[in-house]
Design a protein. Structure first.
Length: 244
């Protein structure tokens, strides 16, 4: 209740100040009195706002903005001082690097967009594509199960774990294609392949286990090693036993 009265007093004081100012504009003789009145108005407003009833409002509404303004002023001032002390050619180099970075980002986005929307190998008209088989997976060609599986074992022997991981995954895909458990489509994800395998739950579970090892290691989240390749090898053998 007291806060409402103080607010009303503040509004009335401001309105009186405006009215007095309009009056003095028509009467030059009262200009000095108007200035005195405005000074008293400002003092009254300050006195009202300094009361305890309004102190909490000032803290809530003004403390944080002032702190933020001071922070940004300090940051911008530091940046301005740093840049201002540099030779002009340094600014030109910085500008060139910013432009090059922007161009690189745009090119990367266009490349990602192209690779996402471009048709996969299985959409072509080559003979190896007409029979439903892929011509390339993960950059690996000559896609024949036995050959890819032997290559995977060779990479394991050479301790090339990353390449072995890729070849074991591709071997699993080729095996499932050969058994007609799934149809390969370049744009399909492993989750979509799992949906295709739901009619064969045991095989679906094994393939899910395989992809859980494969994906984080090929896409950089975890490093491939002997243990992961051994586990993928065992899963691939179980897949072959289930599909036999």
């Amino acid at each position: 209740m007291l806060r409402s009265r103080l607010t009303l007093l503040l509004i009335q004081t401001a309105l009186l100040s405006v009215a007095w100012g309009q009056r003095s504009a028509d009467d030059p003789a009262s200009l000095s009195a108007n200035l005195d009145h405005q000074t008293k108005t400002v003092e009254t407003v300050r006195e009202v706002l300094s009361r305890a009833e309004f102190r909490d409002l000032q803290e809530v509404h003004w403390k944080l903005p002032r702190w933020l303004a001071h922070f940004f002023e300090s940051v911008m001032g530091a940046i301005g001082d740093a840049i201002g002390g540099l030779p002009p050619w340094v600014g030109v180099i910085i500008l060139i690097w910013l432009v090059l970075a922007l161009v690189a980002i745009i090119v990367h986005l266009l490349y990602v967009l192209y690779t996402t929307l471009a048709p996969g190998p299985s959409s072509g008209k080559g003979s190896s594509e007409r029979d439903g088989r892929p011509v390339e997976i993960l950059g690996i060609r000559d896609l024949e199960f036995n050959a890819i599986y032997r290559q995977a074992q060779s990479f394991i022997a050479e301790k090339k774990w990353f390449e072995a991981t890729k070849h074991l995954y591709v071997a699993a895909i080729l095996y499932l294609i050969d058994k007609q458990f799934l149809d390969y489509v370049h744009s399909k994800t492993n989750r979509q392949y799992l949906a295709d395998l739901q009619k064969k739950p045991v095989i679906a579970d094994e393939f899910a286990s395989l992809t859980q090892i494969f994906e984080p290691r090929v896409y950089g989240e975890t490093e491939a090693d002997e243990s992961s390749c051994t586990e993928m090898n065992l899963i691939l053998q179980r897949l072959a036993n289930e599909g036999a």
